[in-house]
Ligand binder design. Structure first.
Ligand code: ADP
Length: 365
């Protein structure tokens, strides 16, 4: 019988609530005690019943259809330091927690794995400084960790979909549908900025789903001249065929070959100056994170929550920390460290404009 702590950390995403609900209920169903850790690692470091609350079956009623995360999320500087992790360790032992499930992005999962690998030395220090008893030391030898990926960007390697990505995509498509109507009425062009710093998944799929005229994403850079000529050529042709609206999607991380970011205003100037189009910029911003999760995210977050509970119950001290992934519609476990490392390598390759490497890394998954 384990005592499980579950938290959401990093940027929020739709589907985090269904995930937490599933962990709480699957945990209770399997005979465990479940604590919700509020405000991410901040709550773990501060500790006490204000932040670490035992959660019952009925406490998560209705969470399947609620957006965001009801247990809060935060970024926590202190947890990046050993002293912060020592406090977190003590707080967990005080509450009797011996398994931790973290739903967050690659940063949060890196922190979780680091915490686990440091655990033996943390409990040793707590014993030496008489902050925990010998009995507590004996019963908390091992910390089981499991990660699940909550991110709207779909930017984690080794999984086909992150929790929240399809909800965000749906929100973007609806927003573009609204923009379409006004663009068509006024015969205008709209530049729509969507999220995605290192990963153009949202921009690319939103473009396909709304038949955008042109899409700019971090993974497909071109020289300023190339993308500007190509965009004007395509938009010009569409206009010549009588199309009254133009939609160009720009991922926030879009860059050109000459190492400079591509801003929406820059794209706007090109359409105004070269094609004479009445052009507006719409930055969707945090609307993309909002609202309830779509059915896909509700269902897959639930299945992942159940699998996360199975994982922490089955893992022993020698099992590498797992991350729950979706591969070809199957819920699976992959080594957390490998997935995070690959994700960071892809992000670094894109930042340093080594696109061939980024693509080959993604293909290697
Ligand atoms: P995300 O999880 O969305 O990638 P962050 O990178 O901001 O978001 O990470 C969320 C939190 O996870 C941080 O505020 C910090 O508390 C913790 N964290 C991130 N990276 C590390 C790390 N290398 N070591 C320890 N904790 C970390």
């Amino acid at each position: 019988r384990k005592t499980i702590g579950v938290m959401t950390s990093g940027g929020d995403s739709p589907g985090m609530n269904p995930f937490v609900r599933a962990v709480v209920r699957a945990g209770i169903y399997k005979g465990c005690k479940v604590f919700c850790i509020h405000e991410g690692y901040e709550g773990l470091v501060r500790g006490g019943e204000k932040y670490i609350k035992e959660t019952q079956w009925h406490d998560v009623r209705g969470w399947l259809v609620e957006g965001g995360t009801n247990i809060g999320t935060a970024r926590c500087k202190e947890f990046r330091e050993r002293s912060g992790r020592l406090k977190a360790c003590k707080n967990m032992i005080d509450m009797g927690i011996d398994a931790l499930i973290v739903c967050g992005g690659d940063g949060s999962l890196t922190g979780a794995d680091r915490f686990r690998s440091e655990w033996p030395s943390l409990i040793e220090e707590l014993l030496q400084t008489e902050q925990i008893s010998q009995q507590q030391f004996n019963t908390h030898q091992n910390l089981n960790i499991c990660g699940a990926v909550g991110s709207i960007d779909n930017d984690m390697s080794s999984t086909d979909a992150t929790i929240g990505a399809f909800s965000s995509l749906d929100r973007i498509c609806r927003a573009i549908d609204y923009i379409d109507a006004t663009a068509n009425s006024h015969s205008r062009a709209f530049i729509v900025e969507v999220m995605g710093r290192h990963c153009g998944w949202l921009g690319l799929l939103a473009g396909l789903a709304t038949s955008a005229d042109y899409i700019l994403i971090p993974e497909k850079p071109a020289s300023s001249r190339e993308w500007q000529d190509q965009m004007c050529d395509i938009v010009g042709k569409h206009r010549a065929r009588g199309k009254r609206k133009t939609i160009v999607i720009v991922a926030e991380g879009a860059i050109s070959n000459d190492l400079s970011p591509i801003s929406c205003d820059q794209v706007k100037d090109v359409l105004v100056n070269r094609l004479g189009l009445d052009t507006r910029v719409t930055t969707l911003g945090h609307v993309q994170r909002g609202g309830t999760a779509v059915a896909f995210d509700r269902i897959y977050a639930t299945l992942q929550g159940v699998e996360a509970v199975n994982a922490v119950l089955e893992c022993d001290a020698d099992t590498p920390s797992p991350m729950i992934a979706i591969k070809e519609d199957q819920i699976t476990r992959v080594p957390l460290v490998d997935a995070v490392e690959l994700t960071q390598q892809v992000a670094k390759s894109i930042e340093s404009r080594n696109f061939k490497k980024a693509i080959s890394l993604r293909d290697s998954e």
